[in-house]
Ligand binder design. Sequence first.
Ligand code: SF4
Ligand code: SF4
Length: 377
Amino acid sequence: MKSKVVLIPVSTYEMSELYPAVKKGLELLGGPGYFIGKEERILLKPNLVRDAEVDRAVITHPAVMEAVAHCLAEEGFTRLSCGDSCGVGSPTKIMRNSGMTGRMEPYGVTAKEFAEAEPVQSEFGGQKRTFMLAKDVLEADALISISKMKTHALEHITGAVKNQYGCICGFHKAKGHTQYPNAESFARMLIHLNQYIRPRLYIMDGITAMEGNGPTSGDPVSMGVLLMSADPVALDSTFCHLVHLSPEYVPTNIHGQKMGLGTWQESEIEILTPEGAISMEEAVSRFGNKDFKVERSPSKGKGILGRIGFLRVFQKKPYIEQDICRKCGVCVESCPVEGKAVDFKNGRKEPPVYDYKKCIRCFCCQEMCPYKAVKVK
Ligand code: SF4
Ligand code: SF4
């Protein structure tokens, strides 16, 4: 059976358009009761990577969260909560500042801080891993992942699969980058994590997406779509098609299929719209954006250059735009490498400098810089 991906055109975050769009999307997949039970504790998991104005497309838009909460509450789902572990700061503060808390409260959604971690052991495909999951995730019966459509320096894109990394508590996320220091190993870990958490449903806010220097310093771009699926790999693959990126260049797609989480193959994906099923080709012609700024070459390690080890010469690396840097030190704090691969040299008189020999190219510094001063070349 093919993996269904719902694609609903939505042009604005006005509730008059968004609420019926979410409702229709859920209906096309069989309704919320197909995925979750009314007696269950349901955790909504947005992307709250860090505090930023909603219009910058850094976080899942609060209006999408409201529309989902509304649709669930009116169907009698009363045990709703919402949370994430952000890269910097407090998730409940981000939810409050962005207006998300206020918009979801009327539907009985409780904001969760993801403050406490609990280790869980998981064995999958012969690989044993320990995940430091937020207790709030473990206490929920079911998770609905509500990601943002964005670019990502390490994995090309961040979407349905990557969103679950926020279920890992606080600094344990940074540690994960040192344990899984390249795109391939990090992707395998993400798939394993998704296999463990098994979100029941994946929704992606692609109404305004982020292109360029994502996932936090890129530019907002209108894509005008809301996507939904029970298969996160098919959903991410559809995102790739829409932005003219080959899905097989995205490590989470490749490993997601190999490890049985879902499929990235176009022939195994069925696109559903309110007007009926359409081909991927038609979806791309109607909703795609060939000018979307995203890395369109394969990940390092793929292809002949990777295999013969052409190595660090052609490897992407972060650098700091000197005139933009405000010397706040967030990049230094977020670097997970022991002894820091980016650090101040002369107190804080000059921007931090990189030690590329130590740098594992996790791009946490680029992700966390609040002033868009870290770029990737
Ligand atoms: S986080 Fe950004 S602004 Fe702050 S010191 Fe690092 S590069 Fe400069
Ligand atoms: S310097 Fe940046 S990219 Fe390099 S290891 Fe540290 S956080 Fe990761």
